[in-house]
Design a protein around this ligand. Structure first.
Ligand code: SF4
Ligand code: SF3
Length: 550
């Protein structure tokens, strides 16, 4: 059985995973994910039309968001769980259809008879039938029909929506919803059901997707900061302490909070991992004394690190990798995450995780203390704005580099470590997302007491970075592109795609992107991006630094 997936940076041969995903996604799961995306577009046709007539259904809205997120790279590899989502999609479609029908009736409007090109909702109880059916809906089929340019641009929009959906989902979990934002997802998915003819129009829609993502990140920023306070500069221990332990990976702050509550007084230490590092800086999370620090680095090192971790592991979102047998019985998934054979937490009950932690030895001794400083999100950095501006004016700070984005396994990613190391002493480095593990334990010193490396937070905190850049531009009375600021980005999965589209939507130019360019962006699309936004692939740290600083 074949598959075709090219949504992430580690795609096979830089062109597409066609036999088996490099990430571990098998052709069956790939087929089911394709079918789910197809179903979401179908649902959106009705939800969008209903909304235009003023009718909305929160269940439909939230389902579309979760359905998109569940197909993001390294989230869910469990065929049966994806089948469950497709089953739910059948009910959700019925709701969306009836929502549209009643709205049209009420408004006295003619009901559009939408063509039903594929009966995806049949045979949902038969896994093999479903898998067989979705073969006809694969990306390869579309490439054969529409060509690589148009399909690639359509996929650019889908991947941007997937990334934005991840952020909208986190916000929703914290009780922040925005009907208007959900409507934009539906409108865009509905647009994708129309046959494309114009690459420029698709590119325009891709930039609109960047705007959708900006809204989603804004909503999540509000959800996080209103629930847990603004991140504050915090020293985080990155070496283990003696005792039983649980490590929490992913991006979900609410899951960590729940786990911290449920482990209080149980004699279990909790560590963050990967993108959860920034949780240590939120006042309402760092107050828990048994949140003792961060364990390990970025996602691609997890097999080795979890193998050595003498406790339980909780995966709250991406990026999960195939668990080794050595820890398969002490790793748990939550929320949308899934791996066949791995225990899944339901209803926020973390007792199985706690029991698994108590059943193993834990760390038998303290490892000598080492700390790093994090917590430089927008509130903190803007609080120091006057000092920063003064230092720029007096020449103490010459340039800002935002070195951020995803990490991954490719050797070319050493570029980011070397780049950070070669940044001159009179420049500040802002960073975010898991790519920072390439350099966040190195000592960069400070400029007049201000650390040279400022960790803004998770990938979604790109929102914070944008606010910082806009504030600086305001202070210097110039545009963001006129600031002494360069963005050196690394991408891996679809949230990074969404963030890149947001930056392009905001008109940010001269972004350097690596370690390799997306397979779905064809040379024709790339030419437009280069022409319009002067986006460029990373080359070598020396060359890129000379080009930027002169
Ligand atoms: Fe391949 Fe990435 Fe798709 Fe996994 S998500 S199948 S690695 S392109
Ligand atoms: Fe990392 Fe998966 Fe993208 Fe949130 S944890 S940035 S890769």
């Amino acid at each position: 059985m074949n598959m075709m997936c090219y949504q992430c940076e580690q795609t096979a041969k830089g062109t597409g995973c066609t036999a088996m995903g490099v990430c571990g996604k098998n052709p069956e799961v790939a087929a089911l994910q394709d079918l789910l995306i197809y179903a979401l577009k179908d649902i959106a046709r009705y939800a969008h039309r209903a909304r235009v007539l003023g009718a909305i259904d929160n269940d439909v809205d939230v389902f579309v968001i979760k359905g998109l997120f569940v197909t993001v790279t390294n989230v869910n590899f469990d065929a049966e769980r994806i089948q469950q989502y497709i089953k739910q999609a059948v009910n959700i479609k019925a709701r969306a259809v009836s929502l549209y029908e009643s709205a049209a009736k009420e408004a006295g409007k003619h009901l559009e008879a939408l063509e039903e090109p594929d009966n995806w909702w049949n045979d949902v109880n038969d896994l093999q039938m479903l898998i067989g059916k979705s073969q006809a809906l694969s990306i390869q089929e579309r490439i054969d029909e529409l060509g690589e340019d148009l399909t690639g641009l359509q996929e650019l929009i889908v991947y941007g929506l997937k990334g934005a959906a991840a952020y909208a989902d986190h916000a929703e979990i914290l009780g922040k919803t925005e009907a208007e934002l959900y409507g934009k997802f539906h409108a865009m998915l509905n647009y994708l059901t129309e046959k494309p003819t114009d690459a420029n129009e698709l590119l325009g829609k891709a930039l609109e997707t960047g705007e959708i993502n900006l809204k989603a990140m804004e909503l999540l920023d509000a959800a996080n900061t209103e629930t847990y306070g603004h991140p504050e500069p915090t020293e985080v221990r990155v070496t283990p302490v003696k005792g039983k332990c649980i490590v929490v990976s992913g991006h979900d702050l609410k899951d960590l909070e729940e786990l911290l509550k449920q482990t209080e007084g149980k004699g279990v230490n909790v560590y963050t991992h990967g993108e959860m590092l920034s949780c240590n800086a939120y006042p309402a999370l760092k107050k828990y004394k048994h949140l003792v620090g961060n364990y390990g680095g970025a996602w691609q090192d997890q097999a080795k690190e979890f193998d050595a971790f003498p406790g339980a592991i909780l995966m709250t979102t991406n990026c999960i990798q195939k668990p080794r047998d050595s820890y398969k019985d002490r790793i748990f998934t939550n929320g949308l995450v899934g791996w066949e054979g791995v225990a899944h937490i339901t209803d926020g009950d973390f007792i199985p995780v706690i029991e698994a932690a108590l059943a193993v030895e834990g760390f038998t001794e303290d490892v000598p203390e080492k700390k790093i400083t994090i917590g430089f999100a927008r509130n903190t950095v803007m609080g120091a704005a006057e000092t920063v501006i003064e230092m720029v004016k007096t020449g103490k700070i010459k340039h800002f580099f935002l070195i951020g984005g995803c990490d991954g396994a490719k050797p070319g990613r050493n570029y980011y470590t070397e780049f950070a190391q070669q940044v001159p002493d009179n420049c500040l480095i802002l960073t975010l997302a898991c790519g920072k593990y390439r350099f966040n334990k190195l000592d960069f010193g400070d400029i007049n007491g201000l650390p040279r490396l400022l960790d803004i937070g998770q990938c979604n905190d790109a929102y914070s970075a944008i606010q910082i850049a806009v504030a600086l531009a305001g202070a210097f009375d110039c545009g963001v592109n006129d600031l002494p600021l360069s963005m050196i980005l690394s991408w891996y999965e679809q949230k990074a795609v969404a963030i890149l589209l947001t930056l392009l939507h905001l008109g940010v130019t001269n972004i350097k992107l690596g370690p390799s360019l997306p397979a779905f962006v064809t040379p024709a699309a790339l030419n437009v991006l280069v022409e319009k936004f002067k986006i460029a692939p990373v080359t070598t740290p020396d060359k890129d630094l000379i080009e930027i600083l002169g």
